[in-house]
Design a protein around this ligand. Structure first.
Ligand code: AMP
Length: 134
């Protein structure tokens, strides 16, 4: 898509710090990193989000994600990493070209994790029934 920033990166119209690529996928550093080595992994073809991601790319995508993680994590000396796909504006998606954030994590970083809360067993049953239409 002409006005998609990630399509423009794929076409070489906008520069990026490329970490790796193959025929289908590209990995480059996020310009606003959460931690050193924060990278984005995208399909070269345009899909708005993970719900549009075609089945034929599935397997190769995660193999590529793993390959990029093996490249990035030791290089920046990280202790672990988060993978994230913001899907929809409410979830924080800003660029509507499917991408996975690969965010290196360090033992002493202060990013924390999801904020969990307690749920009663009844609430979990209600939620399951709502989701399954029971
Ligand atoms: P999201 O909020 O999941 O849509 O994330 C979009 C990400 O793309 C953000 O973390 C941005 O910092 C990043 N981003 C936007 N434009 C560029 C760019 N030209 N090069 C690299 N990263 C970008």
């Amino acid at each position: 898509m002409d006005d998609c920033v990630f399509c423009r990166i794929v076409k070489g119209e906008i520069p990026c710090q490329k970490i790796g690529e193959n025929k289908e996928f590209l990995c480059f550093l996020d310009i606003k990193p959460v931690n050193e080595g924060h990278a984005l992994i995208i399909p070269k073809r345009h899909f708005a989000d993970v719900m549009e991601f075609p089945e034929e790319l599935d397997r190769g995508y995660f193999a590529f994600v793993q390959e990029m993680a093996r490249r990035i994590i030791p290089a920046v000396g990280a202790d672990g990493f988060n993978l994230g796909m913001n899907t929809g504006a409410a979830a924080g998606q800003v660029v509507f070209h499917q991408h996975t954030h690969l965010i290196p994590r360090f033992k002493d970083d202060d990013l924390g994790s999801w904020k969990h809360r307690d749920a009663t067993p009844e609430e979990l049953v209600r939620t399951r029934k709502k989701i399954l239409g029971e």
